[in-house]
Design a binder for this molecule. Sequence first.
Ligand code: ZN
Length: 494
Amino acid sequence: MKVVFMHIFKVIFLAGATLFAAGVVGAEADQGPTVMARAADVDAAAAMLRDQALNKNVAYAWLTQLTTRFGARMAGSASERKAAEWAAGSLESMGFDTIKIEPFDLQLWQRGAESAEILSPFPQKLVVTALGGSRATPPEGVDAEATLFATYQEFLDSKVDLKGRIVVVLQPTARTQTGVGYGLNSGSVRSRGPLEAKQRGASAFLMRALGTETHRFAHAGATQFQTKEGIPSLAMSPPDAEAMLRMKVLQDKGEAGPLRIKIVSTPRFLGGGQSQNVIAEFRGMEKPDEIITIGGHLDSWDLGTGAIDDGSGMAITLAAVKTMIDAGKRPRRTIRVVLYGAEEVSQPDNKGLSGAQAYADRHVNPATRVSSETHILTAESDFGADVIYAASMPVASQTDFNARLGKILYPLKVYVDPKPADGGGPDTLPSQRQGVPAMDLRQNGMDYFDTHHTADDVLERIEPAKLDQNVAAWTATLWLVANGDVTFNPQVRK
Ligand SMILES: [Zn+2]
């Protein structure tokens, strides 16, 4: 007996020490041998589910239906609402336990007619699109002299008189695996550029679209909401921006006179409306009140069909849960798929992420929530349809959990990053602000900004096998989190 006790004590101590060192003390850490035996079972099931997810095309089939039936799904539109209702029905038929649609308020902006052309000295049409939340020109348009800036900083530093001018910023977007090149430009040129130009007296703002390719598509995207103040603000295709850079060289050499541009853009502010989140649960068997949220956003820009952004993210995450349902495997904790409304659009007073904020207010924030659930982890898929290459968990590496996860993900060519996740995607932010830890299954974003927010974001840009690799990685990772005691967050330690 004594030997057995000693043995048990040793296992308890070692298991406890490992978990404690990792900052992930679990409820059953005092049941060492059970935990270890169960971990082996969980790992085996995760590997089995990973393999079952491959070659199934579940995500692709769902995405095909979504994009065919609803096309573009602009936030607050009838199309977004109908897509939400259809998605709820599809989740129910997949075998999710509870499905809810939760509406929330939204200020609406709608694109109008849009066109632009260089009138002189080199007359030609431009491919443009209005920035979301921007103001209209008069119906006949704005016709003014343009001042060209090669970079955003050059514009900010400029002392040139811009009164009445069309400010044109030609800064390109760097192609990177992580999307950092886009992030820098969307947070500055696109978000703040128009109002900076307005403050300097400009009549309109035209920027190089935030795309990494040289196809002639304009990329949409939100700028700060302009009901209070603003100017017509548009993005032009990268080849048009390249042409303007060449014109600038001629101007600088004195070989060309001033550039005159005409812009027509007639978007409208429609006032108050509604969007909605779709929430579907696969209830946990032992700990149903411990919630893991995953998902993507249901709205898209209005130019393409939002197949990549973010039809893919929804399809990947819901297919991960469907893999478990189809295999007859129910986790201990609850996995909740949230299809967020209105991720893309800006709102007055620099608010945005309205769907994710509504979710966090209703389900996470202790001051406003309607339930007393514990959110263990939040994650989303909103970075395209290319393969996952790394997993970042909320706590540092060297943990038992990360080692187990690495063994299961390596066959998919996914490594576990030793560094903790520095974010989990835009729609996880409101929950993160309430202390919910985020994980990040990082997709290869090298080509993501080639078609992002363009008319070319369509099903044809997607390879089904890559979606399946995503689903397999999500399924295996979720199974590990949903069946362990890992909490990631000291605040929810029991
Ligand atoms: Zn997105």
